[in-house]
Ligand binder design. Structure first.
Ligand code: APR
Length: 172
């Protein structure tokens, strides 16, 4: 399974994969961070399609086309805002990954790239977030054998280190 997982540093909007995951907000109408980058790169048709989706609850995931992105699809998921860990944040973040993989498998996507959901504006602790990401990737690869590539995209160097530590813990 570990051979199907890649950790790269860079800009997720540049990846030519079946789907990239967007760390959106519940409106799905765009924002800053990776959400802003994805909407800028995809062009206005992405927002037009997002408007038809009527938002997305935290922890859930919805799919659109990729438009001007090199990726064929965008899977929009909404991570939890970190409030210290006592408001079910961990379970909600797990759900973001589980639901993104479930939507990818349902649409026969075989390569999917994730940003570090919730670790920016939503202030979720990076180490814990990367461990959850890696644990859920392992479970998803066992559950959906048709998924052949999972790419974790670190924007900042410390995120790459956090993903690498998490991969060692989860995959050995
Ligand atoms: N490619 C890959 N990763 C990126 C990119 C990019 N182009 N831009 C930012 N990131 C990284 C950040 O460094 C962070 O590690 O994505 C991670 C998630 O950070 P945010 O984009 O701030 O997302 P999040 O913390 O989930 O907050 C979501 O921010 O942009 C708004 O509309 C969005 O309200 C929502 C909130």
């Amino acid at each position: 399974m570990r051979e199907k997982v890649e950790i790269v540093q860079g800009d997720i909007t540049k990846l030519a994969v079946d789907g990239i995951v967007n760390a959106a907000n519940t409106s799905l109408l765009g924002g800053g961070g990776v959400d802003g980058a994805i909407h800028r790169a995809a062009g206005p048709e992405l927002l037009a399609e997002c408007r038809t989706l009527n938002g997305c609850p935290t922890g859930e995931a919805k799919i659109t086309k990729g438009y001007r992105l090199p990726a064929r699809h965008v899977i929009h998921t909404v991570g939890p805002v970190w409030h210290g860990g006592g408001k079910g944040e961990r379970e909600l973040l797990r759900n973001c990954y589980r639901n993104s993989f479930q939507v990818a498998a349902a649409h026969d996507l075989s390569s999917i790239a994730f940003p570090a959901i919730s670790t920016g504006v939503y202030r979720y602790p990076l180490e814990d977030a990367c461990r959850i990401a890696m644990e859920e990737a392992k479970a998803a690869l066992e559950r959906y054998p048709q998924i052949s590539r999972v790419i974790f995209v670190a924007f900042a160097p410390e995120a790459k280190l956090a993903y690498e530590r998490a991969a060692k813990e989860v995959f050995g």
